[in-house]
Design a binder for this molecule. Structure first.
Ligand code: HEC
Length: 251
């Protein structure tokens, strides 16, 4: 019972500060909900599966050893796709120092997700989706670079179906993308820790990433104007839209 009381007073501590910008708060909550949702989806594939779930399943598995063999086989295939000097690593094998790098990567990723979504959804609410596309066009790259600088990491987003062709990832990130949408980690030649995390489509994303025919005509028009080569429509809720990539430097 006392718990309920103290939770309530915690909340009372937080709300007055945030009520100054009442209407925007809805946006922040929405962004936070999306973020949580995305994070959950992003990490639901347990890290133990980080290296090789699918091939392990596909392997003919007469005994216990086969999946494990298949798993390390896939790991080496994937390592081969990575640039020289990079290799996959499982979350549970990270050193203390690498764990600190991972934490920095996750903080940067969450910051980027909430910064971009907060901005986009804020404009959607205040000026409508077509204006938000325009703002996104002008600001997404700048905001991304700022977040990277603030956290001392390289960071970005990419997709197999890009809207903005400038969103091309480092080679390690492309090599780690996988259909299952599992988070992957790898370590580079200078002890960089690289983290690739899935981005999934939630309902509010459909305004700009849903079926082309179902987009508001104004939204479709602005997208076509700014992104004549756009490939980022046709998604449904829950689809893998793309990836956050973060590279944390070694010491
Ligand atoms: C108001 C329209 C709008 C909404 C809503 C929107 N996006 Fe986008 N999205 C864009 C635009 C415009 C870009 C291109 C930004 C740029 O120029 O870098 C983009 C780019 C992206 C990219 C980068 C890869 C690429 O294709 O260039 C990802 C990933 C992405 N969006 C995911 C999402 C997700 C997930 C949601 C929902 C949580 C969402 N978007 C909601 C308009 C939108």
């Amino acid at each position: 019972m006392t718990r309920v009381g103290s939770a309530g007073s915690d909340r009372a501590d937080h709300f007055p500060r945030t009520q100054r910008k009442g209407p925007r708060w809805g946006v922040v909550l929405l962004a936070a909900a999306l973020l949580l949702w995305a994070c959950e989806r992003g990490t639901d594939a347990s890290d133990a599966r980080a290296v090789a779930p699918d091939n392990a399943r596909e392997a003919e598995a007469p005994g216990d050893e086969a999946p494990r063999a298949a798993s390390s086989e896939l790991a080496s295939q994937e390592n081969a796709a990575l640039p020289a000097g990079w290799s996959l690593v499982q979350a549970e094998r990270l050193s203390a120092e690498q764990n600190a790098q991972l934490q920095r990567a996750e903080e940067a990723r969450q910051d980027l997700a909430s910064t971009l979504m907060g901005r986009v959804m804020g404009v959607v609410q205040e000026k409508g989706a077509p204006a938000a596309v325009e703002v996104c066009h002008g600001e997404a790259g700048v905001l991304t670079a700022e977040v990277g600088e603030e956290h001392g990491v390289r960071i970005g987003r990419f997709s197999e179906k890009l809207r903005n062709a400038d969103n091309n990832p480092p080679q390690w990130a492309e090599a780690m993308a996988n259909e299952a949408g599992d988070r992957r980690l790898s370590v580079g030649p200078q002890q960089e820790l690289a983290v690739l995390s899935p981005i999934r489509i939630a309902a509010p994303c459909l305004t700009c990433h849903g079926d082309r025919q179902s987009l508001e005509p104004q939204v479709a028009r602005v997208i076509a104007e700014y992104y004549p080569e756009d490939r980022a429509t046709g998604y449904a809720e829950g689809d893998l839209r793309g990836w956050f990539w973060v590279e944390v430097p070694g010491r």
